[in-house]
Design a protein around this ligand. Sequence first.
Ligand code: SAH
Length: 265
Amino acid sequence: MSSTYKSSLVPSQRVRAKKHLGQHFLRSDEIAQRIVQSLSAPTACVLEIGPGMGVLTQYLMQRSELELCAIEIDTESVEYLHVHYPSLRVVSGDFLRLDLEHLFRSPFSIIGNFPYNISSQILFRLFDHRDRVPELVGMFQKEVAERVTASPGSKVYGILSVLLSAFYDMEYLFTVSEQMFDPPPKVKSAVIRLRRNAVARLDCDEASFVQVVKAGFNQRRKTLRNALRQLGRDFSQVPDSMLSKRAEQLSVAEFVSLTRHLVQT
Ligand code: SAH
């Protein structure tokens, strides 16, 4: 495999991968380029999460229209980036603690071959900052990518699929084999793209919508009548046909309508 894919890094330049930081360095330039090309970048500002040794960064920097910033938690990688990409704006630290409100003066896209150990947190942060982030492109472990982009009725459709598809158009772009990484992870990976849709606000109380979606899926095998009981809301205005379904059968629009029925009463 390794001979088919040219790596931009010679072994002596490599930082030793630290597994607790989810470090699986992409070693295919071709895939790195495809990921960077998938970013339509509706705004100039772009945040890269976990650049590592810059396999994606090098191609992002070639796109001179972009204003790039990278956040990396591993000080050894940060040091490496300073040496090899002196003009790159690198923030040394944890993405989960990064102040996204003040990082750029305008909305920004997110890109990365993400650290898989914080996949859900990255996606929940995206949901929280949806009005500042018009696009996310990047690599997750395949199961996460499938869950996020799943449609109603699918066994893997879940909380993040509903919350994110309320505000983003989702695309599963391509699958990436474990052999494309150093060291190879135990699982396959996949690249997805999320682009903000035109929905500014949902037609229901949004905090309640999040509660309803979470409660519904937390007991996903139960009917909504049973799964939502813990919310202590009045069900009298909710159609029976809805309460007898399970969370995984409801579209975003149906969750919105369910929330309206529950909250009006
Ligand atoms: N983009 C690189 C590295 C991917 S591995 C490549 O494709 O080769 C994931 C990277 O995320 C690692 O460099 C790791 O150090 C970094 N990372 C892990 N947790 C992080 C966090 N909480 N905040 C920022 N970066 C993180």
